[in-house]
Design a protein around this ligand. Structure first.
Ligand code: UP5
Ligand code: MG
Length: 196
C-alpha cells in the first residue's frame, strides 16, 4: 500500500509536554504532514453520523485510550488522503501509539515507524501548562480531574510503548521543560542526527 512506503515519525510525551507545539514548528521547516491522533478523534466525535461519538467523548474525558481499531482507521484514512491529495508521504503522528497493542498493530498493518520523538517533561510543568490552556481551549479534558487521569494513563499505559521503542534504538529523547524555541533547537539536532 502507499502508506506502507511512507516515512513515519511517532511523536510522544505526556499530556501537555508540547507535542502539538513542536509539530507545528516541524511542519513549517520540513516537508511533513502533522496528524494528531487526539485531533482526529475529536473531529470524529463531532462528526454527524459517527458511530463512535459517545464512546470517544467518554474515553477522552476519562483520559482512557480509545480502542485501537477506531484510531488506527482514522489515521490510515488521513494518511491515504494526504498521499492522494497533497502528494506528501512523510508523517508526524502525534500522540500515538499510546498503548502497546496500537504500536504493534500499526507497525504491522500500516507502516513501520522510522523513530519516535519523545518529549520528556515533569508533571508539575505539564499540569501548569494544561490548566493554563484550559482557561481558553474548550477541551473537555483540560481540568484537574481529567488531567490526573491522563497522567496516570500516560505512566501506566503509554510509557511502556516508549520503553519498547527505546530498547529497539528508535527513540530520540528531547527535554521539553524549556521554552518552545529552546526545545525546538533540540528537535532540529535530533532530526539531523537521524538523517532527516
Ligand atoms: N506549551 C507547549 N510547549 C511549551 C513550552 N516549551 N513552554 C511553555 N509552554 C508550552 O501544549 C500544551 C500547552 O502548553 C499549550 O498551551 C502550549 O502553548 C503550551 P501542546 O503543544 O498542546 O502539548 P501536547 O503535548 O500536544 O498536549 P495535549 O494536551 O495535546 O496532549 P495529550 O497527549 O493529552 O492530548 P491528545 O490530544 O494527544 O489526546 C487526548 C486524548 O485522546 C487522550 O487522553 C486519549 O483519551 C485520547 N487518545 C486516544 O484514545 N488514542 C490516541 O491514540 C490518542 C489520543
Ligand atoms: Mg496535542
Amino acid at each position: 500500500t502507499a502508506e506502507g512506503e511512507a516515512t513515519v515519525i511517532f511523536v510522544l510525551g505526556g499530556p501537555g509536554a508540547g507535542k502539538g507545539t513542536q509539530c507545528s514548528n516541524i511542519v513549517r521547516d520540513y516537508k511533513f504532514k502533522h496528524l494528531s491522533a487526539g485531533d482526529l478523534l475529536r473531529e470524529e466525535q463531532d462528526r454527524k453520523g459517527s458511530d463512535f461519538g459517545d464512546l470517544i467523548k467518554e474515553y477522552i474525558r476519562d483520559g482512557k485510550i480509545v480502542p485501537m481499531e477506531v484510531t488506527i482507521q482514522l489515521l490510515e484514512n488521513a494518511m491515504q488522503a494526504t498521499i492522494k491529495n497533497d502528494g506528501i508521504n512523510k508523517f508526524l503522528i502525534d500522540g500515538f501509539p499510546r498503548k502497546m497493542d496500537q504500536a504493534i498493530q500499526f507497525e504491522k498493518s500500516v507502516c513501520k515507524s522510522n523513530f519516535t520523538l519523545f518529549f520528556e517533561c515533569t508533571e508539575k510543568v505539564m499540569e501548569e501548562r494544561l490548566l493554563n490552556r484550559g482557561k481558553t481551549s474548550g477541551r473537555a479534558d483540560d481540568n484537574e480531574e481529567s488531567i490526573r487521569k491522563r497522567f496516570r494513563t500516560f505512566v501506566e499505559t503509554s510509557m511502556p510503548v516508549v520503553d519498547y521503542f527505546e530498547k529497539d534504538g528508535r527513540v530520540v529523547k528531547i527535554q521539553a521543560v524549556q521554552t518552545p524555541d529552546e526545545v525546538y533547537e533540540h528537535v532540529k539536532l535530533g532530526f539531523t542526527e537521524r538523517g532527516i
